[in-house]
Design a protein around this ligand. Structure first.
Ligand code: F58
Length: 818
């Protein structure tokens, strides 16, 4: 990326004040005296949006009229976070905003806080999509993010009196939402059901119900690029086109039911973070947004043309499939080309395979989507025919490549048997040009294990693009103090658009003055977080203790249980005098995690963490030494507050299970040290920051495999390490359940008899490395030197770099000319 200095504000403070007033008056009809913080938020957002408008239309015009291939990022989730401050930063208006709002008698922070965070994603995958559209715009690449505007985002998490997770609906559109523009004039019709008939030797799909996909456009401003891309999220509306008179009364309700239910399609985000449920509504959602997006792209790139030459489609736009959720786009594009535009099979297949690429985000076999053939037949009968045909062609191709019948059989896109299914990852691999994993290790395991047959026969399809995160939101906005220090240290602010420049900080890790300043920044961030936490969650966190954080979805493979067991063992050791309380390094542990509502073990783990927190925080014996906090409803906003304040970050998944992780990158870039396993992108982070600056522990992928092979017996580890035994026994004895010995019995039983993710096997190494961590923490200069080296050496994990990788190796396109 060409380095950019911070953009210059398009307005003076005085002009911006006038613009806000104008919006208040003519949009909201509110006087300045009446205006609340929320009114000022809406008015300033609308004013900011106006400043983006010219660049937005210019970007679209240049995209359509120029010859730069656009990128269509198809994703069921975009976890974008709050918009206002991000737009202000990218336009260079942060100072003008602050001044204007103060002049109008409001507190800028409260105005920004009035924005309700859109929770249109579950976790890493959705946030990655948001980082990627930010980087596409910042690099000046013409792009669309295509997804769904769910009415209800990821549930709001609360904890009840027993510490259990309670899910509340997240109706985020209950208030003014100034960022999304509903464009009723660009809607698309998406149809479902019915049957396929033959007419004049041609297959014709006769669907029976339709839904109107209405685009809601979010501008995606590039940082200092002058470009603004589009995030187009589809909202489902029903059609009012029923001829009611043709139905008698009893038929009427049945007949209108699909119409009435049509709007349900975009009602709710499925809150599953790893195991997709094969639910009809979910398939409807997937087809809904993908079909609307493909038709939209044809509308955009071939304006006013009835019979466009769609052989040029792959030169106009390349579609990235963010996991398998949009993979139904492959048969949909085939259907469009063959049924709607009369192309023959081979031409259609050639266009389709050139158009799509697929990113896989998992290694868990249960997370790979499969859809029952019956369900697809019912909802999308023509697509099922096409998928079957793709399968046949593919099997024929395989026969030309190998004689190994078993292998060919394993690679079927449509399985055989009584309940045949469609394997979406296989369809994506066959129907696209490239398949990528999201970190080196993950991509290797995809090739060696998950998609091995495919990579053996189509080796050139497979590649890696290690994930990245946007430095604008996760350094500059989240951590203004560190940002100022980096700019001071480097003598330029260009690092925000070229994160490799952070390397320039390496020598400063030996400059004691700089190290002290860095330590002051971290401490100030801790104080700021403690104030925020007190205000927002009502707990006291002592900034003079080590801030140790584990935030991510609650999943067994991520092993929050390892963290909580180690914590309990530390607590037990203090209680029973195994360690001298004076030798204990004071630590405050923060958890943030949502569990899928139906995931029993994950929810029980949440309950345990909350109750450990309750017991520990109320125990005078450990006061000042150990504290545990679990703020509810971890989201992007909380991440932006907590990450900059963290000193020790936990990335402790079982090796071979976390595809990449992106939190690990955000923490390292904000100067936290990581304790972690050799999993996902941890491997690459460690390589870059240096083994001395990363707390590595635990089994490797190969050791995990060997242990499974040999027969894993978790009880052995329980017996072998008294620290572990003490922790588990403490849970069993009811210490964290008011004496009830049954509350956590399912967790304990699982640990002792199954422990699929080998928490117990890794416990001792994890408990041991805590001594190293604490030794280092006792030498603040040394700790902070290492933290600086983490910042300096992780510029690679910018989403700008990741997007440049995609551009070069997968999408084969480039930024628009100026
Ligand atoms: C995550 N996947 C990976 N899936 O777990 C993480 O390692 C990786 O860094 C990240 O993607 C980005 O590549 C993930 O977040 C989901 O949330 C899906 C939601 C829909 C159902 C299936 C899981």
């Amino acid at each position: 990326m060409t380095e950019q200095t911070a953009p210059k504000s398009p307005v003076t403070t005085e002009q911006f004040i006038d613009e806000i007033k104008e919006q208040l008056k003519y949009n909201q009809g509110v006087t300045l005296e009446q205006a609340t913080d929320a009114d000022i938020y809406v008015a300033s957002s609308l004013a900011v949006r106006r400043h983006l408008m010219d660049s937005w239309t210019a970007t679209q015009k240049a995209m359509v009229e120029g010859n730069t291939k656009a990128v269509g990022y198809l994703s069921a989730e975009f976890l974008i976070g709050k918009q206002l401050r991000n737009a202000l930063l990218n336009l260079g208006m942060l100072t003008e905003f602050d001044e204007a709002v103060k002049t109008l008698g409001h507190d800028p922070q409260l105005v920004v806080d009035a924005e309700y965070e859109p929770g249109l994603g579950n976790g890493g995958l959705g946030r990655l999509a948001a980082c990627y559209v930010d980087s596409l715009a910042s690099l000046g690449v013409p792009a669309f993010g295509y997804g769904i505007q769910y009415k209800y985002g990821i549930f709001k998490q609360e904890f009840d009196a027993e510490g259990k997770q309670v899910e509340r609906p997240d109706y985020w559109l209950a208030n003014d939402e100034p960022w999304g523009h509903i464009d009723y004039n660009r809607s698309q019709k998406v149809s479902f059901g019915g049957e396929v008939v033959e007419e004049n030797g041609k297959k014709v799909w006769k669907p029976v119900w339709s839904v109107r996909a209405v685009p809601v456009d979010y501008m995606v401003p590039g940082y200092a690029s002058g470009r603004v891309d589009t995030l187009r999220l589809w909202s489902a509306k029903s059609y009012d086109e029923f001829d009611l008179l043709t139905f008698n009364k009893s038929e009427y309700l049945d007949a209108v039911k699909p119409q009435v239910e049509a709007e349900n399609i975009s009602k709710i985000l499925y809150p599953e973070d790893s195991t997709p449920q094969g639910k009809r509504l979910r398939l409807e959602q997937q087809y809904f947004f993908v079909a609307a997006s493909l038709h939209d792209a044809i509308r955009v790139f071939y304006p006013g043309q009835d019979k466009p030459d769609l052989t040029t489609f792959p030169d106009k736009i390349t579609f990235q499939l963010n996991d398998t959720h949009p993979v139904i786009g492959i048969p949909e594009l085939m259907r469009i080309l063959i049924d709607e535009y009369d192309y023959d099979w081979d031409t259609a297949w050639d266009i389709t395979t050139k158009t799509f690429n697929y990113t896989c985000h998992t290694l868990l076999p249960e997370a790979l989507e499969v859809w029952p053939v019956d369900l697809i037949n019912e909802l999308l009968p023509r697509h099922m025919e096409i998928i079957n045909e793709i399968n046949e062609h593919f099997l024929a191709e395989l026969k030309g490549l190998t004689r190994d019948k078993e292998r060919i059989n394993r690679m079927r896109i449509v399985t055989e048997g009584e309940h045949p299914q469609v394997r979406m990852a296989y369809l994506a691999t066959a129907g696209g040009s490239h398949v990528n994993g999201v970190a080196e290790l993950h991509s290797q395991l995809l090739k060696d294990v998950t998609l091995r047959d495919f990579s053996d026969l189509f080796p050139t399809k497979f590649t890696n693009v290690t994930n990245g995160v946007t430095p604008r939101r996760f350094i500059r906005l989240a951590n203004p103090r560190l940002s100022a220090l980096i700019t001071e240290g480097l003598g330029t602010d260009k690092w925000l658009s070229d994160l490799d420049l952070l390397q320039g900080l390496v020598p400063l890790a030996n400059d004691d003055e700089f190290v002290k300043k860095f330590a002051e920044v971290k401490h100030a961030n801790k104080v700021a977080f403690a104030n925020f936490a007190k205000d927002r969650y009502g707990f006291e966190a002592n900034p003079d203790t080590m801030f140790n954080t584990m935030v991510k979805r609650l999943h067994e493979y991520k092993r929050q249980s390892l963290k909580i067991l180690a914590l309990i063992s530390r607590y037990a050791a203090i209680k029973n005098g195994t360690v001298n309380v004076d030798d204990v390094l004071p630590r405050t542990v923060f958890f943030g995690a949502k569990a899928a509502p139906g995931y029993y073990m994950a929810k029980l783990t949440i309950q345990l963490i909350n109750n450990v927190a309750r017991v520990v925080n109320n125990d005078p014996d450990v006061k000042g030494k150990l504290a545990v906090h679990f703020p509810a409803n971890y989201n992007v906003r909380l991440a932006q507050h907590l990450i900059p304040a963290t000193e020790l970050d936990e990335q402790i998944s079982q090796a071979g299970k976390e595809a990449s992780g992106t939190g690990n990158m955000k923490f390292a870039l904000n100067g936290a040290l990581t304790v972690g396993t050799l999993d996902g992108a941890n491997v690459e982070i460690r390589e870059r920051v240096g083994a001395d600056n990363f707390f590595l522990f635990g089994l490797t992928v190969d050791e995990v495999e060997a242990l499974y092979e040999e027969g894993y017996d978790p009880a052995k580890y329980y017996e072998a390490d008294p620290r572990l035994k003490m922790a588990i026994d403490m849970i069993s004895s009811g210490t964290f359940s008011d004496g009830d010995r049954n509350t956590y019995a399912p967790l304990v039983a699982d640990w002792l008899t199954k422990d699929y993710f080998m928490t117990l096997a890794d416990f001792s190494a994890y408990a041991d490395i805590q001594y190293q961590i604490e030794d280092l923490y006792r030498q603040p200069m040394e700790w902070n030197r290492k933290a600086i080296l983490n910042v300096a050496n992780t510029g690679y994990f910018s989403s700008d770099r990741a997007i440049e990788d995609y551009l070069e190796r997968i999408w084969h396109t480039s930024p628009l000319a100026d």
